[in-house]
Design a protein around this ligand. Structure first.
Ligand code: FJE
Ligand code: FE
Length: 312
């Protein structure tokens, strides 16, 4: 458990490092229609890391993907690392999330959509990215659905002392993301060249994790090393993360650092439906079956991508 490593004499733990309290390797599993995900948050060993419900490193090659499915009560954040994904929803919202680009979707009261490799993916067989599910507090669960989309070239970026940062949410050294988060969240994509390091502030009471994408690094202290596909849960009791590239092959270290303010409410999840009580889940299942309370437009809607694959 997170124990204060050294006493600073300050009850607020200012200037204390956060340490890694749990390390998980994300194995591959099958999800959707022929898609492969490495799930770290949201699997049996780590059901919920308030406010984070799921973290999937996904890979889809045509013909595969995530055909028509509903969401209610949370947000999905899709960040493409390679290739692209076509999304279509029952409200008529449609688009392609390209390499390096971001879609921050507030499902709120309800959306039915598909997420599939785009047909003109020009022979790119591997479309890879990260999808993070962030819970919404009870007062935001039933907001109108909305999207925030940012192309790669418009994602805030900064570089200093061998550290490159892409600011997905929150800010780094005064460089701010334009994403509005309903659940206060920071999401930084770090690329550290060999020999470089960071000391990154994280709000004291937030839950925070690292997910390593590439290379090798140390996180928190010299005892904690990790490589690609590992999730590191950071303990409480500190206001910053120290990390450094410890690759011995001269490769960059790439990882995301994500933090969020815990919601501290009861959470009941039924797949892509996340509410506070079982009654609200039962109501949601009713709404999906009867096309009510936000699911009206799903009655006659089928995504083009899944239709083209003959999935109906
Ligand atoms: C799914 C419910 C879902 N991980 N990573 C049930 F919503 C999904 C689903 C996804 C998903 C989509 C993308 Cl683009 C990336 C994802 C789960 O759509 F797979 C199941 N089984
Ligand atoms: Fe989805």
């Amino acid at each position: 458990m997170p124990i204060l490593e050294k006493s600073s004499g300050n009850l607020n733990n200012i200037n204390n490092k956060r340490l890694v309290v749990k390390k998980l390797f994300a194995r591959q599993q099958h999800e959707g229609f022929g898609a492969v995900v490495r799930r770290s948050i949201g699997r049996f060993e780590l059901r919920y890391f308030d406010p984070f419900l799921v973290l999937d490193e996904f890979s889809v090659s045509s013909p595969s993907g995530f055909p028509d499915h509903p969401h209610r009560g949370f947000e999905t954040v899709t960040y493409m690392l390679e290739g692209e994904i076509l999304h279509e929803d029952c409200e008529g919202h449609k688009g392609v999330i390209r390499e390096g680009g971001l879609q921050w979707m507030t499902a709120g009261k309800g959306i039915v959509h598909s997420e599939m490799p785009s047909s003109n993916a020009n022979g790119i067989t591997h479309n890879k990215g990260l999808q993070l599910w962030i819970n919404l507090s009870s007062k935001h669960k039933l907001v109108e659905p909305s999207y925030q989309e940012i192309e790669s070239k418009d994602i805030a970026e900064a570089e200093k002392d061998g550290v490159r940062v892409r600011v997905i949410a929150g800010e780094w050294n005064g460089v701010k993301s334009k994403i509005c988060t309903r659940t206060p969240t920071m999401y930084l994509d770090f690329i550290l060249s060999p020999g470089s390091r960071i000391s990154q502030p994280i709000p004291l009471h937030w839950n925070a994790f690292v997910y390593v994408l590439q290379g090798q690094g140390h996180f928190g202290d010299a005892r904690s090393q990790a490589a690609a596909h590992h999730l590191l849960i950071l303990g409480q009791g500190g206001d910053r993360l120290e990390a450094w590239n410890s690759s011995d092959s001269g490769l960059p270290l790439r990882f995301i650092l994500v933090g969020g303010e815990p919601i501290n409410e009861p959470m009941v999840q039924f797949g892509p439906l996340v509410m506070n009580t079982q009654e609200e889940i039962d109501q949601t299942v009713d709404d999906i079956e009867n096309f009510t309370n936000g699911f009206e437009k799903a009655r006659h809607w089928r995504s083009q991508a899944a239709s083209a694959l003959g999935l109906f």
